[in-house]
Design a protein around this ligand. Structure first.
Ligand code: OSB
Ligand code: MG
Length: 369
């Protein structure tokens, strides 16, 4: 397909409840929504999962805006571009995976709409419903923590993931075990520890956690391999895995036993599928992570979560968790089975309400390709 127009929207969406990780608190989601039009008149939508600041990753809405407008759009100009050949077309750009993924997502939406197929079918998905886990932020208050976990279990979430940081780790895990028994439970440190904290992880080993996510430095593989040798609980990598190359290195080194793939972090669904397929070939389970996306970004995560080697519940919160009003219809709703249903409609399978995108935009730029 040939792209003729890209519209960038800097969207600010207030969150119903703030979300705290070891690297900061978010209460308004800053995001970049892309509308991509091809020469046949079809419209595709994408979302860049970068945040307002360089906290989870070095990318921000502004860096992605720059990279998309000044480089990606020029590189795809005049070319027959597909979601499969797109990564090669933009490979001269080092890094900036979130910017690349935002455009690549829109290409998947376009391809699906043109061929009349949902993205999950284009990828080779094998299920119509994907199990969802709840990610609980660093809360600090014990009573509120237990209330939030209880509400999540009652709503049907398949597991609880607790965000931890030094000073908020073993104790809340112990309290959750005492209160709720043997529920599927895991923790996510977002890189807040060092190898000298091995004692914390040895203690966490006593609580039968499904996994410990990204305990050490956001770019590390070597020290995670050392830590994995020292503890029983499987390490799951998130931030450290930005590509298939990283996944292969992590496997070779023994840095993790599980991977949380965020399609936005790895440059899109083509790379997601490649990491998924590699992990499957070496017997390493994966699951799909979230970045508090709007319903647009969630669509691509849902499609990825239908892949066969996705073996754990996914961090794909329904629209109602963070948004008063999502940017799509129908909203993503948790079924009574604690799942999201992957739509059978072409492309992303939900309708983007452009009026809402425009109303929530603080800056818009149209680039003619
Ligand atoms: O590390 O998984 C993470 C949100 C922002 C940044 C990092 C992470 C998260 C989540 C969100 O856990 C889960 C969700 O989007 O539902
Ligand atoms: Mg994580």
């Amino acid at each position: 397909m040939r792209i003729r127009k890209v519209t960038l929207h800097y969207v600010k969406l207030p969150m119903k409840q703030s979300f705290t990780t070891s690297f900061g608190t978010e209460s308004v989601r800053h995001t970049l929504i892309l509308k991509v039009e091809e020469s046949g008149g079809e419209v595709g939508w994408g979302e860049v999962v970068a945040d307002g600041g360089p906290w989870y990753s070095y990318e921000t809405v502004h860096t992605a805006w720059h990279v998309i407008r000044d480089y990606i759009v020029r590189m795809i100009a005049g070319k027959d571009v597909t979601p499969e050949n797109f990564p090669r077309i933009v490979s001269r750009i080092r890094g900036h995976n979130m910017a690349k993924a935002g455009v690549e997502f829109a290409l998947w939406d376009l391809k699906g709409k043109i061929e009349g197929k949902p993205i999950k079918d284009l990828l080779g998905g094998v299920r119509d419903e994907v199990p969802i886990g709840l990610s609980v932020g660093v809360i600090g208050d014990v009573k509120r923590l237990l209330d939030e976990v209880e509400a999540g279990l009652n709503a049907g979430y398949h597991r609880i993931k607790l965000k931890i940081k030094p000073g908020w780790d073993v104790n809340p895990v112990k309290l959750i075990r005492e209160e709720f028994g043997d529920i599927p439970l895991q923790v996510d440190a977002n890189a807040a520890y060092t190898l000298s904290d091995v004692g914390v992880f040895r203690e966490l080993d006593n609580y039968g956690l499904l996994m410990i996510e990204q305990p050490l430095h956001y770019d590390d593989l070597v020290e995670h391999a050392e830590l994995q040798k020292a503890i029983k609980t499987p390490i799951c990598l998130d931030e450290s895995i930005k590509s298939l190359r990283d996944a292969k290195a992590a496997h070779k080194l023994g840095s993790c036993r599980v991977i949380n793939i965020k399609p936005g972090r790895v440059g899109g669904l083509t790379e997601t599928k490649a990491i998924h397929d590699f992990a499957e070939s070496v017997g390493m389970p994966v699951w799909i992570g979230g970045m508090i996306e709007t319903g647009i970004g969630r669509s691509f995560a849902v499609a990825a979560a239908t892949l066969p080697n996705v073996k754990y519940p996914n961090d794909i919160s329904p629209s109602t968790r963070f948004w008063e009003e999502d940017l799509i219809e129908p909203p993503w709703l948790l079924t009574s089975n604690g799942t999201l249903r992957a739509p059978n409609k072409p492309g992303i399978g939900v309708e983007v309400i452009e009026e809402r995108v425009l109303r929530k935009s603080v800056k818009i730029e149209v680039v003619t390709v």
